[in-house]
Write a new protein. Structure first.
Length: 246
């Protein structure tokens, strides 16, 4: 089994609105999801409990992995349409050395190796020109880093749920990708903005590059977030890859 560690803490917030899902299906197969909820934890927990199931149901219908992620994300968002709650999401499915991934919002998937840190996902925020343009075209009020409608602000420009914001361009459509792990890849890191707003990818690389265990590396990251004044919920899954598994 791969060496892994999970951190999911409220940090300085009163409640934890993040959620995660990790299934080490076999030595060569992993499914993971990290979810950052808002207006309560309902949407994050709903995504945690259902994306995994929907993904494999779609595979059983003959869909490929990226289609399965897209359909699962859209179904989850539709199911949340009667809720005020919403969530961002990042997921990956790893089979042997092949990684399929999806993200909606500003949770992030990063590969760390001898070369440094490589971000696979794209953050959906206003500093992304394409995201900003879509919101503007749909009439969203922009006061960086937030999009506003009716005096209510939203930082991510894509989410699951959040029906109130859909007409101003807060869409649920995920970015999808595929990556083949190599022998130079050492870590897989999936996490919420509670981690990445405080520690950028290069900083994380520098902090854990020489660590030998996921537990030790995750402890370093958690402590560094606190030392730098991070106050948001922090959730991340860190997996150390072994050469024989690539």
């Amino acid at each position: 089994m791969k060496d892994f560690a999970v951190v999911s803490e409220a940090n300085k917030r009163k409640t934890l609105e993040d959620a995660y899902f990790l299934d080490i299906i076999s030595e060569f197969e992993i499914f993971c999801g990290v979810y950052d909820g808002h207006v309560g934890s309902f949407a994050a927990e709903y995504a945690r409990d259902n994306i995994y199931r929907m993904f494999f149901e779609e595979l059983s219908k003959g869909k490929n992995e990226l289609e399965a992620f897209k359909n699962a994300y859209e179904a989850i968002s539709d199911s949340l349409s009667v809720q005020e709650s919403g969530t961002v999401a990042v997921n990956f499915y790893l089979r042997n050395s092949k990684m399929f991934y999806a993200n909606t919002g500003d949770a992030r998937l990063v590969i760390i190796g001898d070369y440094g840190a490589r971000q696979l996902t794209e953050d959906h925020r206003l500093d992304n020109p394409e995201e900003k343009e879509r919101i503007e075209k749909n009439g969203g009020i922009i006061m960086p880093p937030y999009v506003y409608k009716g005096g209510i602000g939203m930082m991510p420009t894509r989410t699951l749920g959040d029906a109130y914001f859909k007409d101003i361009g807060i869409i649920c459509t995920p970015d999808l990708g595929f990556y083949i792990l190599s022998e130079t890849d050492k870590w897989i890191l999936a996490g919420t903005d509670g981690l990445f707003d405080v520690l950028d990818n290069d900083c994380i690389f520098g902090l854990i590059r020489d660590e030998q265990s996921a537990k030790a590396a995750s402890t370093i990251l958690k402590k560094e977030v606190l030392l730098r004044g991070g106050g948001d919920n922090v959730t991340f899954v860190l997996i150390k890859l072994c050469e024989r598994e690539l």
